[in-house]
Design a protein around this ligand. Structure first.
Ligand SMILES: Nc1ncnc2c1ncn2[C@@H]1O[C@H](COP(=O)(O)OP(=O)(O)OP(=O)(O)O)[C@@H](O)[C@H]1O
Length: 268
């Protein structure tokens, strides 16, 4: 009989992570337009792709091609669109704690502490107070903010604020994290550090991640697949597979080749 692989050993294997059974997303023939000065402005045109449970997918594309719009639709923040959006086979009809959302700006309330900001995710839920406290403390520890539960946002660095925002999304135990340029406002070193932490979180928890980023290097470092969008209206140009083991080495030939081919998509 084979000995069971310990969790620690499983995580030591390059690219290995717990197999997820939930957290699949279906985006099928999705189109979206906005009304602007009495005219329809088409923003997304016939977008179709799947995100498998536990997969890390990045979306890249020129400014204004509709990346954030697509993420907002998947979050359930906007329900006016054509086509079909499903999470684990169910139509997305509004926001759900099962789909955590992290934005570029942390959106923490300045008058609330880190702990209180994270606990806000439980608004309108029936989670008992003791369990709330326990889960908030666990997430604070998980994102490395031990000792800062009672700090206010102005007492945190940019990176710490983003960690708090990630903890707020995680406390609902989502099986999907929707990340809209979550590291875009950080300095280069903090950004590299948080990229590693996001990767570790993804590998350890098996949460499906769908991340919008302007940073091609970041997309190649993290994602299994990269969806490249064209602009006006947003259409899928191509989907790039990244079959490289983790942790990825940015100077490695395979990494550089994929990064260069993506850069070529955006050279004019
Ligand atoms: N509520 C809105 N009403 C009207 N137009 C909108 C609205 N939200 C977005 N748009 C338009 O939709 C287009 C896509 O916007 P979106 O923010 O999704 O792009 P993006 O790819 O995320 O851009 P960026 O990379 O610059 O963040 C833009 O032309 C924008 O002006």
């Amino acid at each position: 009989m084979n000995a069971p692989i310990s969790k620690a050993l499983l995580h030591a294997l390059p690219g290995a992570r717990p197999r997820s059974r939930s957290g699949g997303l279906l985006i099928e023939h999705v189109s979206k337009s906005f009304a602007l000065k009495g005219e329809r402005l088409p923003v997304l045109d016939d977008i179709s792709f799947r995100v498998e449970p536990g997969e890390f997918v990045a979306i890249v594309g020129a400014s204004g091609c509709g990346k954030s719009t697509l993420l907002r639709l998947l979050a359930g923040l906007d329900t006016e669109y054509e086509g079909r959006l499903q999470h684990d086979g169910k139509d997305i009809q509004g926001t759900d704690l099962n789909r955590g959302l992290v934005f570029q700006d942390h959106r923490l309330f300045p008058w609330l502490t880190v702990e209180q900001n994270i606990a806000l995710s439980f608004t309108n839920t029936r989670v008992p107070a003791a369990e709330r406290r326990e889960r908030v403390a666990a997430e604070i520890a998980r994102v490395g903010l031990d000792g800062f539960a009672d700090a206010f946002p102005h007492q945190l660095s940019g990176g710490m604020s983003q960690r708090a925002a990630i903890a707020r999304a995680l406390v609902g135990k989502p099986d999907v994290l929707l990340l809209d340029e979550p590291l875009g406002a950080l300095d280069a070193l903090t950004r590299l550090r948080l990229q590693q932490e996001l990767r570790r979180l993804w590998q350890e928890e098996g949460i499906t991640m769908l991340m919008v980023t302007h940073d091609i290097d970041e997309a190649v470092y993290l994602a299994d697949r990269i969806v490249v969008l064209d602009a006006r209206p947003g259409r899928i140009r191509r989907v790039q597979e990244v079959a490289l083991p983790h942790p990825r080495q940015r100077g490695q030939a395979g990494f550089v080749a994929i990064r260069d081919s993506l850069h070529a998509d955006f050279s004019f």
